[in-house]
Design a binder for this molecule. Structure first.
Ligand SMILES: [Mn+2]
Length: 323
């Protein structure tokens, strides 16, 4: 069947829904589940392109990810090259890893900051974390009018409920807690982010302050785009809960209780249902079995260390970074 049969030319700029996901080899199985769930909920009359930014994937992972392609969802790979900017970020992450609470000190988190610059053909795009599962059509998110804002995202719920995070965001970053967004789901105004020189501003802030932050690239996102962010309905980046409301379009397994590590966690069923549609199902099941008591303790300790770090930084007299 010709892809033109529906009358929509998918090659025409603006008609394809571009969805970015950034991974390393370890994240490939979760990303596959996320992508499969995406393909299961798309509008059959539209075209989508999932672009996987990665730093090197083995053959098996590439094949399994490529196999997620459908009639109207294309899969594209883009390997990150070691540009000067990426080298600066990797060096920063390496310095941070030596410090405590190195939860987010992986360069993979920063790949999304390169999207505006690496894809000048797109004016607008979606980014999703690999630890998400779709329950609705991502095209609906793409259709939201950004009204000249640089970004649309969901206010971070963990900041509202964990006092240490709230204190950190307000005191150390100088951002009101009810404005601070989670970076796991982003509707990006790429045109505006290019205009604001988002990536080079981030690099300059890293150079100038070399700050030890709690969620570095998410913090930079909030700092640089402060006042230029539209708040999305929480349905587009929802915490996993028992009895998930019907109108929730995307579940984000943020920070703890990852279903591929723990049993009996909220929303595990939608994760495993999605995982079953990928070639990684058995690997994921093995991963869960291998995540023994010792690994669980280490995981909890990591989260606790992160919260402790936030609490320590919440005592800052003034913001750590001045944009
Ligand atoms: Mn996440």
């Amino acid at each position: 069947m010709s892809i033109f049969h529906t009358g929509v030319n998918p090659l025409k700029q603006g008609r394809v829904v571009p969805v970015f996901i950034t991974i390393n080899g370890a994240y490939a199985p979760y990303a596959a589940a996320a992508i499969h769930s995406l393909t299961e909920h798309v509008d059959p009359k539209r075209y989508y392109r999932v672009i996987i930014l990665h730093d090197g994937l083995n053959f098996v992972s590439r094949i399994r990810l490529r196999n997620l392609v459908t009639k109207n969802v294309a899969i594209q790979f883009k390997k990150m090259t070691r540009s000067l900017y990426l080298k600066a970020i990797i060096a920063y992450c390496t310095r941070r890893q030596k410090g405590a609470g190195d939860f987010f000190s992986s360069a993979v988190y920063y790949y999304r900051a390169f999207i505006p610059m690496l894809f000048p053909l797109y004016k607008k795009a979606i980014y999703i974390d690999s630890d998400t599962i779709l329950r609705g059509d991502i095209g609906e998110l793409f259709d939201i009018d950004l009204e000249d804002k640089a970004l649309a995202a969901v206010v971070d719920k963990k900041v509202a409920v964990i006092p240490e995070f709230r204190g950190y965001v307000e005191k150390a970053l100088g951002i009101p807690a009810e404005e601070y967004v989670n970076s796991g789901v982003q509707l990006m105004n790429l045109k505006k982010m290019r205009k604001l020189k988002y990536l080079s501003t981030m690099i300059e802030l890293i150079r100038e302050f070399d700050a030890d932050l709690v969620a570095p690239d998410q913090d930079y996102l909030n700092l640089i785009l402060k006042g230029d962010i539209m708040h999305l309905s929480p349905n587009w980046n929802a915490e996993p809960t028992k009895d998930l409301a019907r109108n929730i379009k995307l579940v984000h397994f943020n920070l703890f209780n990852k279903p591929w590590h723990y049993k009996d966690v909220p929303c595990e069923r939608i994760f495993w249902k999605a995982a079953k549609g990928t070639g990684f199902y058995k690997d994921l099941k093995r991963q869960q079995v291998a995540f023994d008591a010792e690994k669980q303790r280490a995981d909890h300790a990591k989260v606790e260390a992160l919260i402790k770090k936030a609490g320590r930084l919440a005592k800052s007299k003034e913001p750590i970074i001045r944009v």
